[in-house]
Design a protein around this ligand. Structure first.
Ligand SMILES: C[S@@+](CC[C@H](N)C(=O)[O-])C[C@H]1O[C@@H](n2cnc3c(N)ncnc32)[C@H](O)[C@@H]1O
Length: 244
């Protein structure tokens, strides 16, 4: 949600300047959509990705109502972020999620993949930007966590890539409409399919159990999927029970 003390005129002006400065990266349709809907974030934390990236980049959002911060809190609570991490589908602007994680790291790096990235230069030494598509077989060296925030088509790729390497993953799902166009899925069955897929890969690769949470505090109706590792203690008890 946009900070209460920013006026409608200021929002319109700053978004317009942003779109003009970056016009080569947007189609005419996209630019029109952004300008027409630039006040959307005054009433909701949950806005289309093309808008939330601009709001975040321009620092227009209230920190406590910025959905990227909600996702980072969730990652912090569930994973060690002081290690090499991959973000898939960070968006066109420098991912606000990756940037904040990288700034908070005591060690490790965050590498972001997105073919739509505007730029690949950053002042943050441990933040690496790759203007590339991420594939299941992409070489990610020693990374220990792959995450995506509404990465659309790459949801499945993230789960498969993490499972192949037996490393952790977390994905905030989007609406799934992109899959619906090919008449295979409704949005809800797409969510179910992603859950079944995640559960199967977690089970077959000893990644713990399927964790499902949400970001409903940020008006996001869709689930967040991740693998929940057993603690060392629980693992010993679990293995003992298995042997009985
Ligand atoms: C809905 S946008 C979300 C962007 C950003 N995470 C956000 O929340 O604002 C999905 C992004 O995923 C990217 N994407 C989709 N498949 C990808 C892949 N295989 N590798 C890298 N990026 C991908 C798209 O280019 C797009 O920028």
């Amino acid at each position: 949600m946009i900070k209460k003390d920013i006026s409608r005129e200021e929002i319109k002006q700053r978004v317009l300047e942003f779109v003009v400065a970056n016009s080569k990266y947007y189609s005419e349709y996209e630019a029109n959509f952004i300008l027409k809907n630039c006040l959307w974030g005054m009433n909701s934390c949950f806005v289309p990705d093309i808008l939330r990236q601009i709001y975040d980049d321009l620092d227009l959002l209230d920190d406590s109502k910025n959905i990227y911060n909600g996702f980072i809190d969730f990652l912090r609570q569930n994973f060690d972020l002081d290690q090499d991490i991959i973000e898939v589908g960070g968006g066109r602007t420098i991912s606000g999620i990756a940037k904040r994680i990288a700034l908070g790291q005591n060690k490790g790096t965050v590498t972001v993949y997105d073919p739509l990235l505007f730029q690949t230069k950053t002042d943050i030494p441990n933040l690496i930007l790759k203007k590339k598509t991420f594939f299941r077989k992409t070489n990610i060296a020693n990374a220990k966590l792959i995450y995506g925030f509404m990465p659309c088509f790459a949801t499945k790729t993230i789960i498969e890539a993490a499972a192949d390497r037996k490393i952790n993953f977390a994905v905030a799902l989007c609406d799934g409409y992109h899959e619906r166009y090919d008449d295979i899925y409704s949005d809800y069955s797409w969510h179910d399919d992603m859950m079944f897929l995640a559960e199967k890969f977690i089970r077959n690769n000893d990644l713990g159990s399927l964790g499902v949470t949400d970001l409903k505090n940020y008006d996001d109706p869709y689930p967040v999927l991740y693998n929940k590792r057993l603690s060392k203690f629980k693992k010993i008890v679990y293995n003992k029970n298995l042997k009985k």
